[in-house]
Design a binder for this molecule. Structure first.
Ligand SMILES: [Zn+2]
Length: 331
């Protein structure tokens, strides 16, 4: 794909996507700047889910802050892949499928499958590295963190360079872009931050600086490798966790939370309680592990079994960990 565009110029193009009933000529926008055919090509994608707009804003800022300064290889930016869902403020595609369960897709399959096939074959197949930007689903928010696949050492190094507050070693879901691209040998990382249909400045700032950190480390941007290691910048170094646990609601009711995302909690610590909406009964919720809260609810109503808190634990390093809450996140 990179040879379709003029070398050494910032470009923008519209790519036709499979038609749906309300728009015969729907397009997906791409921005790019490729300075040579042989260097690494990094693709930064957002809007796999059409209601996740923090990634859209991260990419929008990268267009002006990063693209003009590419000095090696190339960078391609996709502000909103799922343009169908974006128009309807929906996570899904018009056939109610999740695009991130359809990779690599089929040329003659369903609309979702055709779209995934187009993306995998015509866009992502040429990537050297993929950075895929996401947010939590509605009524839930994620502390900024980056995910890489266990056993992929290149992806682990890129995650370290990205320097999000938290790095997670987690397996990918079958049918996801990360699962497919990793099998193709393309290091693929997922950045998770913020909430669907919400703009969150800290999540956006960590995303913009993380992508720039990776591009500097790969010498695609000038400035060299950002000095973000435990030795050079302990307050900004990422903490790598190798396990996560969902704390689920013991009953239906209203969550009264005692912790916030980004907070470090101890095993046995009181995380909050579930109040019965019409009675005085309440049930405490405690943490079964020591770790960091990486996701929680923004709407307090919960059903029995709903995920209340997602906690990353089993830190790779044993140093005294102090993660700033999101309100004080660095920019
Ligand atoms: Zn998503």
């Amino acid at each position: 794909m990179r040879d379709l565009f003029p070398l050494g110029k910032v470009w923008m193009t519209e790519m036709a996507v499979p038609a749906f009933y309300a728009a015969e000529h729907l397009t997906m926008t791409m921005h790019g700047h490729v300075v040579d055919q042989d260097g690494p090509l990094v693709i930064v994608s957002a809007g796999m889910h059409g209601d996740e707009i923090c990634g859209l804003e991260i990419v929008r800022r990268l267009i002006t802050e990063v693209l003009p300064h590419v000095q090696r290889g190339g960078v391609i930016l996709l502000p909103m892949m799922n343009v169908y869902g974006f128009m309807q403020q929906s996570r899904y595609l018009p056939d109610r499928r999740d695009l991130n369960r359809m990779f690599p897709g089929k040329k003659s399959g369903s609309l979702s499958s055709r779209f995934a096939h187009m993306l995998s074959q015509d866009v992502f197949a040429e990537a050297s590295v993929i950075l895929d930007l996401h947010s939590a689903t509605l009524s839930r928010t994620n502390f900024p963190h980056i995910r890489y696949t266990d056993g992929d050492d290149k992806a682990k190094q890129i995650a370290t360079d990205f320097a999000a507050p938290v790095t997670l070693k987690v397996s990918s879901v079958q049918g996801s872009l990360r699962a497919w691209a990793t099998k193709q040998g393309i290091p693929t990382l997922v950045y998770e931050a913020g909430e669907a249909l919400h703009i969150d400045e800290a999540s956006i700032n960590f995303g913009v600086s993380g992508v720039a950190n990776v591009l500097r480390a790969m010498d695609i941007l000038p400035g060299g490798k950002a000095p973000i290691t435990e030795e050079t910048s302990p307050e900004n170094a990422t903490t790598l966790f190798s396990a996560t646990k969902w704390i689920r609601s013991p009953e239906g009711g209203m969550l009264i939370s005692a912790v916030s995302i980004g907070q470090h909690v101890q095993k046995g610590q009181h995380l909050g309680h579930i109040s019965s909406p019409f009675h005085i009964r309440k049930s405490p919720v405690k943490s079964p592990v020591s770790g960091v809260v990486i996701s929680t609810l923004t709407c307090p109503w919960v059903n029995e079994g709903d995920g209340l808190f997602h906690i990353a634990y089993a830190a790779e390093r044993s140093r005294d960990m102090r993660l700033d809450p999101i309100e004080t996140a660095r920019v």
